[in-house]
Design a protein around this ligand. Structure first.
Ligand SMILES: [Zn+2]
Length: 111
């Protein structure tokens, strides 16, 4: 067994540099809340249903009257993965990455 870390090093240009999601006027409140440690969802004022991702109109009834509300904080974890060494580890980006599929009590599924 080869324990040399270079065995798993990527050649330059093989892996694209991860990009951050684009932040628009529509999504800005979500990212601002996330930076504060809060998880918010769009909730339609016409039909009362939550949805995600934010859209101009509710995907359930097409009403354009909706607002950001705090998520319940409860849900079901279906699956998760922890990446201990990310693609930018050799560039000095350390830390673990978590990916999960969660169905929130608000009936919105994140992945
Ligand atoms: Zn609706």
């Amino acid at each position: 067994m080869n324990t040399n870390d270079d065995e798993f090093a990527l050649a330059p240009g093989v892996m694209p540099t991860p990009t951050l999601p684009s932040i628009s006027t529509l999504t800005r409140p979500f990212w601002d809340a996330a930076a504060e440690g809060c998880y918010i969802l769009p909730r339609c004022n016409a039909c009362g249903r939550h949805f995600f991702r934010p859209e101009v109109a509710c995907p359930h009834c097409f009403a354009t009257d909706w607002a950001w509300v705090p998520a319940s904080g409860h849900g079901t974890l279906y699956s998760y993965s922890i990446v201990h060494r990310g693609p930018n580890h050799d560039r000095g980006v350390r830390g673990h990455r978590f990916a999960a599929v969660v169905r929130c009590r608000n009936r919105v599924r994140y992945s």
